[in-house]
Ligand binder design. Structure first.
Ligand SMILES: Nc1ncnc2c1ncn2[C@@H]1O[C@H](COP(=O)(O)OP(=O)(O)OP(=O)(O)O)[C@@H](O)[C@H]1O
Ligand SMILES: [Mg+2]
Length: 272
C-alpha cells in the first residue's frame, strides 16, 4: 500500500483508556467522512480480542487476522470492502490469544503491510480499550494518536492513564483529543481543559483539541441498523460533528509525524 514507503499516508490510531466510549463508531464514521473527501481509506480493526467494526457496518469476511498469522492468507485476502469503497481489515472476534501480539506476529504484520500494493491515503486503526501492550504498540506505530473520551470521570481518568503510559514509557508527546457523547461544545471544552491541565505535569506534552461529538440518539439508531451514521442520518448533530472532524483531519498537516514514517516498519519495531 506504499504505507511502508510513502510519506503521504496518514496513519492514525484511535484509542481510549476506558472501553465503550465510542471509538469504533467514530472510526467507522470518520472513515466514511474521509472517503467523501476523496481519501482512500483503510480501517484496521486492531481490537484483536473483540473486533466489531464489521458488525457496525454489517460486513462479513471469510478470513481474519488469525489466518494471516498462521501464514494461510495474505493481507489482501482479509480486506473487505465497506460502504463507499472504504477498505476494512477485520481482526478476530473473541480470539483471546491475539490480545497480545508476540514478536513473530508483529513481524508478520510488518511483512504484510510492506508488500500490500493498494493505494491508501489514510489508515485508521481502531484499537481496543485499556492500556495493553497491543494498544501501546499500535499507538506508537501510527503517526497520530486520537484519544477518545467522554465526560465521565472514569473515561477521563482512563484517557489520562493512557496518555501517561505513552508519555512515560514510549516518550510520546502529541495527542489529539476527541470528546464524545457530551451535551455540547462547552462540555467538551471543559473535558479537554481538565485533561490538558492534568497533563501539564509531563514536560513537552501537547494535547490538541480535535473536536466533539454530542450525545445523539441517532448514533444508537444507526448502530442498530448496522449502517454508518453519516450515511443514514447525515443531518443528525453527531453526523455533522463527525464530518467536521473528518474535514479537520483531512486538511491537517502532519506536524506530529514521528521520526519514522513507516507504519509497521520503523514504528512498530520501536515498541518491542
Ligand atoms: N455520541 C454518541 N451518542 C449516543 N450514543 C453513543 C455515542 N457514542 C457512542 N454511543 C454508544 O456507545 C456505544 C459504544 O460505542 P463503541 O462501540 O463505538 O465504543 P468503543 O469505544 O469502540 O467500545 P469498545 O471499547 O468496547 O471497543 C455505542 O453502541 C452507542 O450505543
Ligand atoms: Mg470498539
Amino acid at each position: 500500500m506504499n504505507i511502508a514507503g510513502s510519506n503521504s499516508v496518514r496513519t492514525i490510531a484511535i484509542a481510549s483508556g476506558k472501553g465503550g466510549v465510542g471509538k469504533t463508531n467514530i472510526t467507522a464514521n470518520l472513515a466514511l467522512g474521509l472517503s467523501r473527501l476523496d481519501k482512500k481509506v483503510l480501517v484496521f480493526d486492531a481490537d484483536l480480542g473483540l473486533s466489531n467494526i464489521d458488525v457496525i457496518l454489517n460486513l462479513s469476511s471469510k478470513f481474519n487476522i488469525k489466518h494471516l498469522f498462521k501464514g494461510e492468507k495474505k493481507l489482501e485476502d482479509l480486506i473487505v470492502e465497506g460502504p463507499q469503497g472504504i477498505k476494512i481489515l477485520p481482526a478476530s472476534s473473541g480470539i483471546q490469544e491475539l490480545t497480545s501480539l508476540d514478536e513473530f506476529q508483529r513481524l508478520r504484520l510488518i511483512e504484510e503491510f510492506e508488500s500490500y500494493n493498494e493505494n491508501v491515503d489514510c489508515l485508521l486503526i481502531d484499537t481496543s480499550s485499556g492500556i495493553s501492550e497491543n494498544v501501546s504498540f499500535f499507538c506508537m506505530a501510527a503517526q497520530e494518536i486520537i484519544i477518545v473520551t467522554s465526560a465521565e470521570p472514569t473515561a477521563m481518568t482512563g484517557a489520562y492513564a493512557l496518555i501517561k503510559v505513552l508519555f512515560t514509557k514510549y516518550h510520546e508527546k502529541n495527542f489529539k483529543i476527541l470528546v464524545n457523547n457530551v451535551k455540547d461544545l462547552k462540555e467538551s471544552i471543559d473535558v479537554y481543559n481538565n485533561l490538558s491541565t492534568a497533563a501539564e505535569r509531563f514536560p513537552g506534552i501537547s494535547l490538541d483539541y480535535l473536536g466533539y461529538v454530542p450525545h445523539d440518539v441517532f448514533v444508537q439508531k444507526a448502530i442498530q441498523q448496522q449502517k454508518a451514521l453519516v450515511d443514514l442520518y447525515p443531518d443528525s448533530d453527531a453526523a455533522k460533528c463527525l464530518i467536521e472532524i473528518a474535514k479537520k483531519i483531512s486538511i491537517g498537516n502532519n506536524n506530529n509525524v514521528k521520526g519514522t514514517l513507516q507504519f509497521f516498519f520503523g514504528g512498530l519495531l520501536k515498541t518491542k
